[in-house]
Structures are given as C-alpha cells and as structure tokens.
Design a protein around this ligand. Structure first.
Ligand code: FMN
Ligand code: 7N5
Length: 335
C-alpha cells in the first residue's frame, strides 16, 4: 500500500468508532476475498518498456467507487467526498447519507448514481428520476447483491442500523411512503431490468459487480455503457476470485466494445498501472476514500486522490508511457 494511504488508514482507525471502522473495513465470511483483492496485486510484477521517448499521457483513470454512509466517517459525509473529487467521477451510493441532489451540487465534476434495482419498479423509477433531476451523468446498477452479504464483523457487533440522525437520504419519501424506506435487495432482478432501465432513461447504464466473462458478454448485448469488474470489495461472496484475477477474461470477452472498470484492492499508483495493463480502462477506489474522509474530511479525500495520481503518473513514466498485458508477469517469473 502507498505509505500515505497507510497513514490515513491508521488515523481513520484511531478516530472512528470501532464498530463503524469494522463496517468500513470488513468483508464477508472469513474475509478471504477481502485479503486476496490486495494480495493479487502484490503477486504480480511489471516488465517496463524502455527508451521509447515521446510524451507520456497525464490522464488519471480513476473513479470513486460507491460506498454507503459517509457521515459515519465524517460529519460532512458525501459532501466532503464530492468536493474533494475535483473532476474525478464520483459514483454516489444509493445508500448515501446526503441526498443525491446535494452531492451533485457539491461536486465540480461528474456524479454517477449507483442503483440497487428495487423490486417495486415504481420506487426504482422514482430513484432514477431523482438521479436525473439532480444532474447525474450515468446510472451504475449493482448486480452482485441478490441478498446482503453476511459481514462477519457487523454480525459480531450487532451493527445493522444507522445512529439516530443519519439515514439513507435518497430513500426518503418514495412511492407514497413518508420518511426513509429500507433498501431492498432482490434475487428477482435480471437482465430484463437492465432493458427496462434503458427504456426508462436516456442516461448511460453501467453494470457493477461482473466477474464471469459470459455475464460481461450479456451486459454488452443488453446495451450497457460500461462494466465494473468487482466483487464488492470482498463483501458479498467469500468464494470468488480477487477482482484483479477476474479482469483479463472479462476484458477479453468485452474486446473493447465498452469500457471496463476494475475495483477492489487498489491501494497504490502501481496497482492502477497493473489493472490498466491487464485490460482495465480505469479503476475504482473504495475504502481508501473512506480512510481519507475519516482522517481529515475533504482534505483527506483530496490527499488520497493526489497521492494516487502522482504515483500512477510516476509509474507510467517508468514504464515508457505504455501499459499492456505482455508487461505483467507473476513474481518469481524468469525471463
Ligand atoms: C463500507 C462500504 C460500503 C459499500 N457500499 C456500497 C454501495 O452502497 N453500493 C455498491 O455498489 N457498492 C458498495 N461497496 C463496494 C464498493 O463500491 C467497491 O466495490 C469496493 O469497496 C472496492 O474495493 P476496495 O474497497 O478494496 O477499493 C461498498 C464498499 C464498502 C467498503
Ligand atoms: C444498503 C447499504 C449497502 C451497503 C453496501 O453495499 C455494503 O456495505 O457493501
């Protein structure tokens, strides 16, 4: 992990209520996948190309992945995250503790709305309209959650409700129900719903939580604007591969037809470079943003992005400005 990010993590752990820290840090089951997401990057090495000359790009291929309940991390919550993004795409969780319209108003760059399709399609449609009215630039449908993951640490702490005064603000006053309603996860959600969403809105529709290449093909066939290869940061099923390990097959199946974002375990500029070399168009950052937010609010999130940007561009320059799959090898590999 980048040392500045490690420092923010340590500070976050020191200031957060331990129950909330565990909600952010934890994963499902034995947390095998949680650990593997980071370990997968460390098992790989880069073979740089040298003496290529020419100009190195300055694009920063990073999005802020959607994470719930930012006010548990800092009183400014999602507003601080949105301000800090400074042009980086913010994928705002449907379970945000600030309404989506306020998140968009605080951001200077694009905000995308993460959606759990609600089994009551009237509720889903109202959420889509809220995202549209707020000025969101895309919808990101999370597909890996037919049920909530069983997060061991939350179960041990008995943590299932937000403290008084905090709520999932996007869920307030929907389809005739006053006050916030619970977010439902449903195994009934199918590819057909992607079609219905596309019929409902002109916003681009992404799908997040794809691991199987056949699902990536289905996603393209259903007209998605992009795919997020993700195992939800090791929070849904503790039997899946590290998201990085699932990336190459998905990238091959998609074959450049839509962008492919990878999230899970990205903790340094070098990790971003490895993901890009293995076929990602960009990466999403989950927990490091929460650590920055908890440690130092807006400034902490800015620091996370600045550190990753600086380190990524440094690594990219070291690699001759190009990243391709032939440049990634397993550690211990002999030329
Ligand atoms: C505390 C927490 C809350 C999350 N909430 C959501 C959410 O509301 N919607 C969603 O699609 N993904 C959610 N995720 C998953 C993230 O979008 C992302 O896939 C994951 O955090 C990436 O892994 P990383 O934390 O290792 O960077 C959450 C993750 C964490 C850690
Ligand atoms: C309804 C909240 C969903 C949060 C989430 O997705 C997670 O904790 O991983």
């Amino acid at each position: 992990m980048n040392p500045a990010l490690a420092e923010l993590h340590d500070k976050a752990r020191a200031v957060l209520d331990p129950v909330h820290y565990d909600f952010f840090a934890g994963g499902v089951g034995d947390e095998v996948v949680l650990a593997e997401n980071e370990a997968a990057f460390r098992s790989l090495a880069l073979l740089p190309r040298v003496l290529r000359g020419g100009k190195i790009g300055t694009d920063f291929p990073v999005l802020i992945s959607p994470t719930a309940f930012h006010k548990l991390a800092h009183p400014d919550g999602e507003l601080a995250t949105a301000r800090a993004a400074d042009g980086t795409v913010v994928v705002s969780s449907m379970a945000s503790t600030v309404p989506i319209a306020d998140v968009v108003a605080a951001a200077t760059g694009p905000v995308w709305f993460q959606l759990y399709v609600q089994p009551d399609m009237a509720v889903t449609e109202e959420l889509v309209r809220r995202a549209e009215r707020a000025g969101c630039a895309a919808l990101v449908v999370t597909a890996d959650s037919p049920v909530f993951g069983r997060h061991r640490r939350d179960i041990e702490h008995g943590f299932h409700d937000l403290p008084a005064g905090l709520a999932a603000e996007n869920m307030r006053d929907l389809a005739g129900v006053a006050g916030p309603r619970d977010i439902a996860m449903s195994a009934d959600v199918s590819w057909e719903h992607i079609g219905r969403l596309r019929g409902m809105t002109s916003l681009p529709v992404w799908v997040k939580g794809v691991l199987h290449p056949a699902d990536a093909v289905l996603a393209v066939e259903h007209g998605v604007a992009g795919i997020v290869v993700s195992n939800h940061g090791g929070r849904q099923l503790d039997l899946v591969p590290a998201s990085l390990d699932a990336l190459p097959a998905v990238a091959d199946a998609v074959a450049g037809r839509v962008p492919v974002v990878l999230d899970g375990g990205v903790r340094s500029g070098g990790d971003i470079a490895i993901a890009l070399a293995l076929g990602a168009t960009a990466v999403g950052i989950g927990r490091p943003v929460l650590w920055g937010l908890a440690a130092d609010g807006e400034a902490g999130v800015r620091r996370v992005l600045d550190v990753l940007r600086d380190e990524f561009l440094h690594v990219l320059t070291m690699c001759g400005g190009v990243l391709s799959r032939d440049m990634v090898v397993h550690r211990g590999f002999r030329c």
